[in-house]
Write a protein that binds this ligand. Sequence first.
Ligand code: ADP
Ligand code: MG
Length: 892
Amino acid sequence: MPTTDDITPIRKQYLEIKRQYPDAILFFRLGDFYETFDQDAETAARELDIVLTSRPIGKGLRAPLAGIPYHAVENYLARLIDKGYHVAICEQVGEEPVKGIFSRKVIRVVTPGTLVEPGLLPGDANNYLACIVVEEERAGVAYVDITTGEFAATELAGDDLATALRAELARLRPAEILHPEGLRLPEGTPGHSTTWPAWRFEPGRSQEALLRHFQAGSLDGFGLRGLPLAARAAGGILQYLTETQAAAMSLLTSLSTYSQTDFMILDAATRRNLELTETIRLTAEGAASGERGRVKGSLLGVLDTTVSPMGKRLVRQWVSKPLLDVGRIRQRQEGVRAFFENGMMRAGLRQALRPLADLERLTNRIVGGTALPRDLAALRETLRKLPGVVEGLETGDKGIGDRGSVTSVQLSKSESLSPSPLSPVTMSLSLCQDELAILEAALADEPPATLATVGVIRPGYSAELDGVVERSRHAREWIANLEPAERERTGIRSLKVGYNKVFGYYIEISHANTGLVPPEYIRKQTLVNAERYITPEMKEYETLVLNAEERIREIEERLFREVCAQLAKSAPVLLATARAIAELDVLAGLAETAALNGYICPQVVEEDVLDIRDGRHPVVEQSLRGERFVPNDTIFEAGERIRVLTGPNMSGKSTFLRQVALIALMAQMGSFVPAAAARIGVVDRIFTRIGAQDDIYAGQSTFMVEMVETANILHHATSRSLLVLDEIGRGTSTYDGVSIAWAVVEYLHNHPRLRSKTLFATHYHELTQLADLLPGVRNYNVAVSEVEGRVVFLHKIVEGGADRSYGIHVGQLAGLPRPVVQRAGEILHQLEKSSGKAVKIDPESPRQLALFPETNPLIDELKEIDVNTLSPIEALNKLYEWKRKYVKKEED
Ligand code: ADP
Ligand code: MG
């Protein structure tokens, strides 16, 4: 072990800093490089595919080293963060080295949830850092997006906390989750997990962090009274930011608390099953690599036609958080309707929004002190275009004024008889003319990218700056003019003005002419055949020229900061405007989608109704090629609670179930819906359970998952919930499956808390009997017609139970050889004849099976099968298996 005396001072400095950041990769700034050492270097070299070398660190000692050029840091950061590493950025501070080395400081720890680099952030989604604290039966959840300033906290409770937590995290999709050591996050939680020792989340510490940050005397004002865990989670976030990204904290000007009762509750499985914001991963590889699904093909993919980044983030939030309050839903609907009915206004607005920059994130960069000159130029461009945004909006909103003019809008509102449906939104939209005026006055037309280059500030803005610029120009001209002027004055024709680093500007005169040198010349240097002189005046101009650029840079930087500080004061107005723009964008976007796809405005009501005429699946209807999507009604009649839907495979059961859920959800987010007419009573929760599909849950215990999810429904559904149960019980043996499915339907039907509206698709024909036993249960099936012995799926839902399952026909469609299909038909026929009894195919009377010799192994297998409990799917699988085993063999 080397002693400290053996190692270089810079190595000492490195080790000291590294000791404070043991869990992060330390990017140590040395000149134009960020260097990593030791273990960090090995990690960086491996993960970033860069060269691992070594560097002397003392007498005969070397340390592993891997470096990256500072100007390419973003790209490398992205790759490390993506892999879950944290990176501490250590910069040189101060102008001058002290005792030979610069002092250095970690200015920031980059983690997935604390990114601010525009290039590393998803433009269309928020980048959340979440924090979770759990105690007994309660959990505190807080989350922050430091690029938009959103900071919120809530508390979850209940007997199934894990599910509630999973649902909340599924909604947020945080990039990073901070939590105490020892807390196990629910399985499948998105985002990178960051653990801290439990004491950091103690109530006292957290409270202190909150009070200090908000400079408040009590937490009550934040709605945190009685929510100690929410406060601890929020406090945890603040402490974490202090250590990772302190500069961003000034953006967090408020903390809102929310309650899950404001929004329709959608658990993680339901979000996934309904493919709200991304498609379900279809391949096992996708599942293994944790690859996210795609937006295209999800509900969001259909609904998001927004044209601004702010709108994109908001529409995602709306899809993730359908409302429960009829008033608020209708308010959004009215906004959509205004744009739906006025195509010109819609097109005009969208056109006007398209060129706008991300006002929300720009503002936050200004407040956070990371804005660059080009950011201000983008802000100016955006503010210049705001009048164009408002121009096309309806006359009812004429009140928008120069200043955040809430008052003038209110005035015009009280004057006009029918306020525009957009008023609630445009009310918070300001044209920000004061802010624009600041930018127009201060910022150069085309400012450079960074403050390192002069030319940021517009001429005429600052007398001081202009003075320096003017004097420097004058000085430059004066010096440029010096040679001819002095030749003229002194009569020395060979007089020269030169420049070197040691003396600066000088006047050179050959020895032959020294007699003519004016008295004010001061001799500085003697050369072989010439003398060099300076004059005090010349030195003054020289100082002006040489210092001017540095001075200009300084003054420009100061002015730039002043402008930013001034604009930062307007952050609330700018952010409110950004949000109003986002909302207009979403409303117009939803109207655009509705117009393009022929949606109608659903009637959303308090009563317990569900009445959808000619409903369609918003996503599937767009994916059909050359085929028409067959619309279906969903009309729950009085007393009807549970619909048992039977029908062959591939007939459209799952599509129908999801379409009903999606229509209800779209209605509650304020969107129009794909139907001819709809009356929808507010739904408090949507639950979906989709029976095991091997391609989705590759490798998991499917039946266990299914049962856990079913249990969750039975515990939490209410009479105002909408349940979508698709083939539950499928993951187990047929007897178990039917029994469970049966019991679930009974329980749902009879339990006074439940009686939820339920759509239940099943291939267990036995369940159709329930309709005879329970008054709230009705049978439906998907109509099928047979043309010349072939099955045609009509995708039409009709009343009554399906009489046959058509599994064999599906087998035929799939290309099973004709003999297999025929034989399966015969076997099925025999099985059906003996329905109701647990019969086996009788080996004593093998009349039907005479085709096979006694020793045929197929017969042995047939004997083994309990046909009465065989579902069509299983029968089909058996057929596949037999085909593989026996038909192939014969062919060989
Ligand atoms: P099931 O659940 O009964 O097996 P799906 O709902 O998965 O059937 O539907 C199978 C396919 O049938 C869908 O992928 C779609 O292409 C088509 N389909 C479903 N419903 C309709 C419909 N209403 N109109 C037209 N095609 C449909
Ligand atoms: Mg299905």
